[in-house]
Design a protein around this ligand. Structure first.
Ligand code: GLA
Length: 391
């Protein structure tokens, strides 16, 4: 297979001049803890072996010339004149330098080419990967002195202020902080984090891509966030210390159930239970009890389907099929929802059977072709040193 890095470097050399900085910025999975990050809860993500590769050089002036290799699409602007683009993808680049400029930091423009193998819109956070590659690269090229957490915040603010998604912090955090063969438990309130080894030889992480994309995701995502906030507003009237659903127990929620709109109640209940699942799931990992962990993944899916209502018929079919296949320890929809991928934990000896069965059954039930990706867990955004490394 031709290396993606080599392709990006070649394209760079064709379009621009100078020796570029090469950055690798990964996509992510989340084992459990969905829609909990913006509720100040817990998540358990990891970065994967699917990534964006960016080749970039600084310029003397304030021109920014960007080429998206996979889309064969160019975009140009200057640092003094740029605005939201209908094309979509340039916003993740402009949003990042907008944040850097807002911090009063001095940069010039740049020439860059990027591309990779993160499926777009599949819930694997290709957007956080693009943000991470740009912020990491500009930090290096212009010696900005930004810390890891600065890069995370720049990515999240890009989404909030330039893209228009009120996302949590999970995707940007794991993109920068990830380490190989570990999942990261993040407390999205304190930002305390802990790595758990997850290099299990006999367990594979398999992503099953519904091949449906998430048109509803942005609007419904922001609505879910508002619903959780409106629940918190009502509950706070009974306890001033409540800042987020993180501070609410199931008992407390139950006590004031009658005051909450039925939908808001179900949203809150899901988030509180999901946080409990993450914490209990981390204990399972410590004990090496993957079977128990897997059951929590199924429970998470049912909550996302029935109470949080962010699943889709295709995602539900995939989880139902997986539940019947031998060797499947856990399966659930992953990311914002409404399409994209499920994440499955599979015992390695059953891997081949699993991939054949799930593809056939998905075709039979939904009449769509399924793509699947067997993932390894890799490090966060970093400079690529040396040539022709596979990603
Ligand atoms: C998207 C957001 C994250 C998180 C997930 C759902 O990926 O970017 O912040 O909220 O959805 O868990």
């Amino acid at each position: 297979m031709k290396s993606i890095i080599q392709n990006i470097e070649n394209k760079y050399n064709e379009l621009f001049s100078g020796k570029p900085l090469i950055v690798r910025s990964p996509g992510r999975v989340n084992l459990i803890g969905e829609h909990t990050d913006y509720n100040e809860g817990f998540v358990l993500p990891a970065a994967i072996d699917k990534a964006i590769i960016m080749a970039i050089t600084p310029r003397e002036d304030d021109q920014c010339r960007i080429y998206a290799a996979d889309l064969d699409d160019h975009f140009e602007c200057t640092l003094s004149s740029f605005e939201r683009s209908e094309k979509g993808w340039p916003n993740y680049v402009m949003g990042v330098f907008d944040q850097i400029l807002k911090r009063g930091l001095k940069i010039n423009g740049f020439d860059c080419v990027f591309g990779g193998n993160i499926p777009i819109g599949a819930g694997l956070s290709s957007s956080a990967a693009l943000e991470g590659s740009v912020s990491f690269a500009l930090n290096q090229l212009y010696n900005l002195g930004l810390s890891k957490i600065d890069l995370v915040n720049i990515g999240q603010k890009t989404e909030h202020e330039f893209v228009g998604v009120k996302c949590g912090i999970m995707d940007q955090f794991i993109n920068i902080y990830a380490e190989q063969k570990t999942v990261l438990k993040l407390d999205c309130r304190s930002l305390d984090y802990e790595y758990f080894p997850f290099g299990l030889e006999n367990i594979k992480i398999v992503l099953c891509d519904t091949q449906t994309r998430r048109e509803l995701a942005t609007s419904e995502y922001n609505i879910r966030r508002q619903q959780c906030e409106s629940g918190v507003d009502i509950l706070r009237q009974h306890n001033q210390d409540i800042q987020s659903l993180r501070d609410v127990s199931l008992d407390f929620l139950e006590t004031y159930k009658a005051e909450l709109d039925e939908i808001v109640y179900r949203r809150c209940e899901y988030v509180i239970k999901e946080n409990e699942r993450v914490l209990a799931g981390c204990q399972d990992l410590k004990k090496g009890d993957i079977a128990s962990f897997g059951k929590k993944m199924f429970a998470s899916h049912f909550g996302l389907r029935d109470d949080y209502e962010v699943s889709s018929p295709e995602l539900d079919v995939l989880v139902d099929i997986a539940a019947e296949i031998p060797g499947v320890l856990g399966a659930r929809m992953m990311g914002a929802g409404f399409g994209g991928c499920t994440i499955n934990l599979i015992e390695e000896e059953y891997l081949n059977d699993f991939t054949v069965l799930i593809r056939d059954m998905y075709k039979e039930k939904v009449n769509k072709d399924l793509k699947y990706y067997v993932c390894s867990i890799e490090a966060g955004t970093s400079e690529v040193v040396g040539k022709f490394v596979e990603v």
